[in-house]
Design a protein around this ligand. Structure first.
Ligand SMILES: Nc1ncnc2c1ncn2[C@@H]1O[C@H](COP(=O)(O)OP(=O)(O)OP(=O)(O)O)[C@@H](O)[C@H]1O
Ligand SMILES: [Mg+2]
Length: 228
């Protein structure tokens, strides 16, 4: 489903270059539930943002379902995201002027669904993530964990074929972590592909593949080897 070939990413800031990804070769199959681990600053978010089509490659190739993506084409990548991917970003990226309800409904509005469909689906996700009663709140009136759950609900409403989640349990307590785990397991059983960056061992325990990022390169590891 996803194939990255010799992908490199260099950030340039104040004439200083940082080579964050130095040649990533990665294959993810449909139905995989994949965990990406690595220390802070190793490039996990960078890699997920590349797979999400939010960042252009410095070099290398990105194939999605055997089609080569032009990651420099903003419009093409935006369409690609809307059609295929539910993204849970590390910093949530909620729209501050939109209520909880409107944030969650937004991806369905992009897809031009009927209002009845949007209402049903949005209400279902609000219930699933325990956000009842908060529908009319704004992001700055929510706790960190509640904001994270809004970001999760928003990523899942359109039932994407690929879910990309960057530290999705970073602000969640044990109870909500287990709710998210169950949601991911259920979606994966329906054949949805999931890619998660996490330090959370509980979350990585549900993954069928674990990758470790270090010094700009990636390797597949088994659960216990992740810190070697
Ligand atoms: N827009 C940017 N401009 C310049 N450097 C950047 C930019 N975004 C990230 N970096 C650098 O790239 C490196 C990797 O960052 P990234 O956010 O991908 O790490 P991470 O593994 O997700 O870390 P964490 O676990 O803390 O979330 C860091 O050294 C960071 O400073
Ligand atoms: Mg990160």
């Amino acid at each position: 489903m996803i194939s990255l070939i010799d992908v490199k990413k260099t950030y340039t800031k104040n004439q200083m270059s940082t080579d964050v990804l130095k040649g990533i070769n990665l294959t993810i199959n449909q139905g995989d539930i994949v965990c990406i681990m690595g220390v802070s600053g190793s490039g996990k978010s960078t890699l997920l943002n590349i797979i999400s089509g939010l960042l252009p490659l410095t070099s290398g190739e990105y194939y999605y379902k055997d089609k080569k993506l032009n990651t420099n084409n903003y419009n093409e990548m935006e369409q690609f995201r809307h059609n295929n991917i539910g993204i849970i970003l590390q910093e949530f990226a909620l729209i501050e002027d939109f209520s909880v309800y409107e944030n969650i409904a937004l991806p369905l509005r992009y897809q031009k669904n009927s209002s009845k469909f949007i209402n049903n689906r949005t209400s279902t996700m609000i219930k699933k993530l325990g956000l009842e009663g908060k529908e009319n709140y704004y992001p700055d009136e929510l706790s960190g964990g509640q904001q994270q759950r809004v970001a999760i609900a928003r990523a899942l409403t359109k039932e994407p074929e690929l879910i990309i989640a960057d530290e999705p349990t970073g602000c969640l307590d044990e109870h909500n972590t287990h709710i998210l785990l169950d949601i991911f397991k259920e979606l994966n059983q329906q054949g949805i592909t999931i890619i998660i960056a996490t330090h959370d061992k509980v979350l990585s325990s549900i993954c069928n593949k674990i990758f470790y990022l270090k010094n700009g390169l990636i390797k597949e590891v088994r659960g216990n080897q992740t810190l070697s």
